[in-house]
Design a protein around this ligand. Structure first.
Ligand code: PLP
Length: 427
């Protein structure tokens, strides 16, 4: 053994996992249990008091989920991670840990439509106020900051695709104002972009997408970059004030550079409850083993399909940063030189009607509301995922009436192009 640090491919297969101590099982066992027996009363007391790490109850931690947490923390280069029931649950617990009623956060306007809804509507019930900034103009993030701003939120590659955010420019603003930068890295995954290397403080994932990769399990992850110092900062009382339920412990002090992940677990997950099932953690772990292989093929296939569509007579535009003439191509070269991901949008000359016809005519592509599957997927956002937004919000979110979103899978490129050709001919 040398002291060489394992590479990304090795971490994707091994990080966090060892042969099972009790049985020698090589694949991570599914600890399908609600609860764990204590050694004795003192052991139980130390676990409940956060004086010792260990298993209590699967809502706040489970050994199968722990392997997933360690693996994603390693792939992202973070200090610790927390697995939760969905991507939305991950976002929710992050904001629950950072925000108090009346607080604000600044978010990029180009985001997954569900996150726009979550921020605009659900969060209002908690008194958390989103202020929108222009994803393409880092200075608009700075202009939106007020004394109440507690976080900045962006997607590294924005859903519904085609937008790459200048993470370093936005992180410089976050650092200047001492505000943590949260990056949703769902679309890129750490194979394409590692946001901590560009100044992010916290990463969230919908593991439902490329991490799991097979369209079979909903899950989410929060990763702590360990870079933001919450201790002693009155703006973040969950981390900087004594917690009555833990004997006056100050989480940001006791747990240092992984205090944020601990607070999300022992305050957010414990009290709000969106736990990931160990079975889903197992499915997500199995998917992650092939993440580097899949992401490269997803990206290569997507570039070939985008190039084909950009020359098609029924297509008015294609927005894929991998294309040389795309407005985000330079950012793609800077942030994701291996590829620009699987998801992108294009516009149909025939508008809304043509979009509806196209999704009905395809045979190999599946018409559904997900991305990041081995299978190729298609959706017409204006009639589905972004339906609840106003017309203006749809256009702002990159989901106007003529827009079609593709999530390119890992099938043979020629078969995907053939299917698109026949469906466009008939549209
Ligand atoms: N973030 C992004 C970028 C997404 O695409 C999604 C889902 O589509 C989510 C978050 C929400 O994740 P989940 O569906 O796992 O709750």
């Amino acid at each position: 053994m040398t002291d060489r640090l394992p590479g990304f491919n090795t971490l994707a297969v091994h990080a966090g996992a060892a042969p099972d101590a009790a049985t020698g099982a090589r694949a991570t066992p599914i600890y399908q249990t609600t609860s764990f027996v204590f050694d004795d009363v003192d052991h139980a007391a130390s676990l409940f008091g956060l004086q010792a790490f260990g298993n209590i109850y699967s809502r706040i931690g489970n050994p199968t989920c722990a392997v997933l947490e360690e693996r994603v923390a390693a792939l992202e280069g973070g200090t610790a991670a927390l697995a939760v029931a969905s991507g939305h649950a991950a976002e929710f617990l992050v904001f629950h840990t950072l925000l108090q009623p009346g607080d604000e956060f600044v978010a990029a306007r180009k985001l997954y439509g569900g996150s726009i809804n979550q921020f605009n509507h659900a969060y209002k019930n908690f008194g958390w106020n989103v202020v929108w900034a222009d994803s393409d103009d880092p200075s608009s993030f700075e202009a939106a900051i007020t004394p109440k701003t507690k976080a900045i939120f962006v997607e590294s590659i924005a859903n519904p695709g085609g937008v790459i955010v200048d993470l370093q420019a936005i992180s410089a603003i976050a650092k200047k104002h001492r505000i943590p930068l949260i990056v949703d890295n769902t679309m890129a995954t750490p194979y394409l972009i590692r946001p901590f290397e560009h100044g992010a403080d916290i990463i969230v994932h919908s593991a439902t997408k490329f991490l799991g990769g097979h369209g079979n399990s909903i899950g989410g992850l929060i990763v702590d970059g360990g870079s933001f110092s919450f201790a002693g900062d009155d703006r973040y009382p969950m981390l900087s004030k004594p917690r009555p339920e833990y004997g006056g412990m100050v989480l940001g002090e006791t747990f240092g550079n992984f205090g944020f992940a601990i607070a999300c677990r022992v305050l957010g997950l414990r009290d709000l409850g969106p736990a990931l099932s160990p079975f889903n953690a197992f499915m997500l772990l199995t998917g992650i083993e092939t993440l580097p292989l899949r992401m490269q093929r997803h990206s290569d296939n997507a570039l070939a399909v985008a190039e084909h569509l950009s020359n098609h007579s029924k297509v008015s535009w294609v927005s894929y940063p991998g294309l040389r003439n795309d407005r985000y191509h330079n950012l793609a070269k800077q942030y994701c030189p291996k590829g620009a991901g699987a998801v992108f949008t294009f516009g149909l000359k025939g508008g809304y009607e043509a979009g509806v016809k196209l999704v009905s005519n395809l045979k190999l592509f599946s018409h559904l509301a997900n991305i990041g599957d081995t299978r190729s997927l298609i959706i017409h956002p204006a009639s589905t995922t972004h339906r609840q937004l106003t017309d203006e919000q749809k256009v702002q979110a990159g989901a106007g009436p003529e827009v079609v979103r593709l999530s390119i899978g890992i099938e043979d490129t020629e078969d995907l192009i053939d299917d698109l050709n026949q469906a466009l001919d008939a549209a």
